[in-house]
Design a protein around this ligand. Structure first.
Ligand code: DC
Length: 211
């Protein structure tokens, strides 16, 4: 069974997907971690995030493996490095290239084969698993999302966080391949006024009758 959770930056997808997977006994696939890992590698090796050819070449030289809740590069788990402001600043650029996306979709589908997965991202219900049994579009007001991210990243200036999120949403929504969209038949859940527990309870109620 596949559960797709898509939505804009800071809507709480990863937190909710982790908790939901635990409640259901599924594995959690954080697809954003894959794009972030490639951005980390590009920064480390001074690869131009605007060059599709160079990024595809870079992808061919490393082994990207999804882990439950994370990602490993050549067997080494990446953690803090995935969420630095430097990575936030380039990851949407890295993710806009069709050939990069095609490779990432392959990695996700292969990893998910034969598994019960809760996956979160931007294109899970539209591209990666369009036949997912459950599709959720998790969203929240820009202000709420910026507040959460600013708290999470401790000390970062809130207005700056809001601008960065808005910029990333625009890039993720405007790209021609795998743009952020509400998938057909997705249930839209607005988390602005909900706690994580309330969101997870709501999703469990949607999934349970089908699982
Ligand atoms: O969910 P996140 O903030 O960790 O994702 C980081 C970036 O990766 C996001 O700005 C766009 C890209 N991404 C994507 O293009 N497709 C996905 N399925 C997941 C993430």
């Amino acid at each position: 069974m596949k559960i797709a959770i898509d939505g804009p930056a800071g809507a709480g997808k990863s937190t909710v997907a982790t908790a939901l997977a635990r409640r259901l006994g599924f594995v959690h696939l954080d697809s954003g971690a894959l794009y972030r890992a490639l951005a980390v590698m590009a920064l480390r090796q001074a690869v131009d995030p605007a060059s599709e050819r160079d990024l595809v070449h870079l992808l061919g030289t490393v082994q990207l493996t999804p882990l439950p809740d994370g990602v490993a590069v050549d067997g080494l788990e990446l953690d803090q490095e995935l969420r630095t402001p430097a990575v936030d600043a380039v990851v949407s650029k890295v993710a806009q290239h069709p050939a990069v996306r095609a490779a990432m979709v392959q990695i996700q589908r292969q990893w998910g084969q034969g598994r019960d997965v809760v996956a979160d991202g931007r294109d899970i219900g539209t591209v990666v698993w369009p036949d997912a049994e459950v599709k959720i579009f998790l969203t929240a007001s820009l202000a709420a999302r910026a507040d959460r991210r600013a708290t999470e990243q401790g000390g970062l200036e809130r207005l700056q966080v809001e601008q960065e999120i808005a910029r990333r949403d625009e890039k993720d929504s405007d790209r021609p391949v795998g743009p952020l969209r509400v998938a057909p038949h997705a249930v839209v859940v607005d988390t602005t006024a909900l706690t994580v527990e309330e969101v997870v309870d709501r999703l469990v109620n949607i999934v349970r009758p089908l699982a």
